[in-house]
Design a protein around this ligand. Structure first.
Ligand SMILES: [Zn+2]
Length: 127
């Protein structure tokens, strides 16, 4: 049996830009998407097998950084916290208590919330 090769970054980017029509897929963000971000990022424990359309979203620069699980640059920590709190609030999900910005536990919770959101927004059945 031959395995289907994982899509390339360029293929995933083209696909999510098409699905999103070029807009950021973060809940209620109205910004233009500039990049394709891994929802469960490779850098925060996502594996190479995470290279799928279901794990990739179109994102504006700010939401791409948050989605990638990067610790925000100093001076933007308050904005980061507000964006993350807003994400859980809009999706009616309890945020993990005591998880620090940039921590793997918070990144995982953000990724799970975004995965559920993306599936609903794209009209995909809940898996
Ligand atoms: Zn955005």
């Amino acid at each position: 049996m031959t395995e289907t090769p994982a899509p390339t970054d360029a293929e995933l980017r083209a696909a999510v830009m098409d699905i999103s029509r070029g807009w950021c897929e973060w809940p209620e963000c109205r910004a233009a998407a500039t990049e394709a971000a891994h929802i469960h990022s490779k850098g925060m424990g996502g594996r190479a097998s995470a290279q799928t359309l279901a794990n990739t979203m179109a994102a504006c620069p700010m939401h791409a950084r948050i989605t990638d699980g990067e610790l925000p640059p100093s001076g933007t920590l308050r904005l980061y916290g507000a964006e993350v709190a807003g994400l859980f609030e809009r999706l009616r999900i309890d945020p993990p208590s005591g998880a620090a910005p940039g921590s793997p536990r918070l990144a995982h919770a953000i990724a799970e919330a975004l995965t559920a959101h993306i599936r609903r927004e794209r009209g995909w059945a809940t898996l």
